[in-house]
Design a protein. Structure first.
Length: 109
């Protein structure tokens, strides 16, 4: 019988909390002390420090790379083009049905 390892519950941190923790590090408090005191993972603290130093923001949107932003734009554009294509296909289908039923505008006189 295998026992599952208990997982830590995912916590949400406010922007203010993140900023305060990074400020502690920037003011000289040791990383290991911050990690222990606030029960944080090293990778999480490193990410917050990097975000603070590069963009000054902890929002995901502000910390995306140029490639990530381009990919999002391309996906949005692709969705738009797919919708336009669907509309055109439906219009073409309606016209072909009207033509088959003899309801095209050229036969009306």
């Amino acid at each position: 019988m295998t026992e599952s390892i208990p997982r830590k519950e995912r916590r949400a941190f406010t922007l203010e909390f993140k900023s305060q923790v990074v400020q502690l590090y920037q003011n000289g408090k040791r990383k290991c002390d911050i990690l222990r005191e606030y029960d944080l993972s090293a990778s999480l603290l490193d990410r917050w420090i990097k975000q603070s130093e590069t963009t000054g923001s902890f929002n995901k949107k502000d910390n995306r790379t140029d490639e990530e932003n381009e990919l999002i734009e391309l996906r949005n554009r692709n969705k738009q083009l797919e919708m336009e294509n669907d509309i055109l296909n439906k219009q073409r289908l309606i016209k072909s049905i009207k033509y088959a039923l003899g309801e095209d505008s050229c036969n009306k006189a």
